[in-house]
Ligand binder design. Structure first.
Ligand code: ZN
Length: 403
């Protein structure tokens, strides 16, 4: 799948109708979660049946206004949340199992259409929403998001390749995302080089050859700007107009920052994949990341998470395995003789008193990561462990991921 995104240009009145559609999608999803909690839903099929019940109910006239396949799409979302909870319980994962929650109002929200309820104009420059919300015709204008630039435009694809259309509301407007059924594959010559990457706060990463890639300077600047806007927001009176404005400004700043960052990590990931035949990284726990309250750390983590997603994406396209390993002991063990060499966080150099090997601390860790990955790979040959095939392109909506 491929995603093509453009901004939707319409009138205030039209945007309000999109808001109604978004609210209805959320209503369908929440109602199904409610029915599931009450024991009325046991299968995916039940969710579809419940959709029908909702749209037939005269107490909820708005449900019937939303395109029927869009209603189903939101029922499917609810079912995905329920299913995820079940499989987490089954897998006996530690901690929270992700009990399905009700969605509350957020600026960043979406409504999803499948193959009906919308229509593209002949020249593919306009989209019309045709369900009973009557949002009407919007002009499509590519927003210039750098990572999406250069992707071919809608003309390139057949209409029947467009599997879904998602309307996304963000702090700076309304967007349409077209999910296109298309598998991208690129040729790549073998380079004979394998690489391990170690994450750090001092450097974005250190590779197993000892090269360091630093965080771009703009990240620091962005961090400062966001801090400033956060302070301003906290000074505004609750419920006031100025507060809403300040919140919007902060939301826009987050969006801008995330697009810039995403652009940077996207290019970096592509370069790494193109110049290596195997990429080994640490398996970082995302759930631990998101909870962090420190801004610098959360920005860094978000970059890392995005970087990893892009590595996996390009890995699939170029046929390069990307292997995530458990970060246990990677910084302590000696990459030369495998003996444990305990060191404090502040010790920047790895000096092995067993074999005499000396290396930069992060480089030593990166080599270990690569070693573990190779071992893992040789154990799983013949399996489809690197199952990135056919994966969706990573698509980030950072507006809300960092709070
Ligand atoms: Zn050693």
């Amino acid at each position: 799948m491929l995603v093509y995104e453009t901004k939707l240009k319409g009138t205030k009145d039209q945007y309000e109708k999109l808001d109604d559609a978004i609210r209805t999608g959320k209503f369908v999803r929440n109602s199904i979660i409610r029915a599931w909690i009450d024991g009325g839903i046991k299968s995916k099929n039940d969710t579809y049946k419940y959709c029908k019940t909702l749209s037939d109910n005269p107490d909820f006239p708005w449900v019937n206004k939303l395109n029927s396949m869009a209603r189903q799409a939101h029922a499917e979302r609810a079912w995905t949340a329920i299913n995820r909870f079940y499989s987490n319980c089954k897998a006996k994962i530690k901690g929270k199992k992700g009990y399905p929650k009700f969605k509350t109002f957020q600026v960043r929200a979406t409504v999803e259409y499948k193959t009906s309820g919308w229509k593209l104009s002949e020249d593919r420059r306009y989209i019309t929403f045709t369900d009973k919300f009557k949002a009407g015709r919007f002009k499509l204008s590519p927003n210039g998001d750098a990572t999406r630039r250069g992707s071919r435009d809608l003309h390139f694809y057949q209409l029947n390749q467009i599997k879904r259309v998602r309307v996304v509301r963000r702090h700076d407007g309304y967007y349409a995302q077209f999910l296109i059924d298309h598998i991208r594959e690129e040729e790549k010559e073998l380079t004979g080089q394998q690489i391990g990457l170690d994450v750090g706060l001092n450097h974005f990463y250190t590779d197993s050859f000892g090269n360091k890639v630093d965080n771009p300077r703009f990240l620091r600047k962005d961090e400062k700007r966001i801090k400033k806007l956060q302070r301003r927001l906290s000074k505004k009176n609750k419920g006031g107009k100025n507060r809403a404005k300040a919140r919007n400004r902060l939301g826009r700043a987050h969006l801008k920052v995330s697009r810039r960052r995403n652009d940077w990590v996207c290019k970096l990931a592509q370069r790494v994949i193109q110049s290596n035949d195997l990429v080994a990284i640490e398996n970082l726990k995302v759930c631990n990341m998101v909870k962090n309250h420190k801004l610098a750390k959360s920005i860094n983590d978000a970059s890392w998470y995005a970087f990893r997603e892009w590595l996996q994406y390009f890995g699939t396209i170029y046929g390069v395995p990307v292997i995530a390993v458990e970060p246990k002991y990677t910084s302590q063990n000696c990459s030369n003789c495998d003996e444990k060499v305990v060191k404090a966080l502040s010790t920047r150099t790895h000096k092995c008193h067993h074999c005499g090997y000396v290396a930069d601390r992060d480089e030593n860790a990166a080599i270990n990561i690569l070693k573990i990955a190779k071992k893992q790979l040789s154990n799983t040959v013949g399996h489809t462990e690197i199952k990135a095939n056919g994966r969706e392109r990573p698509l980030f909506d950072w507006g809300n991921s960092i709070k």
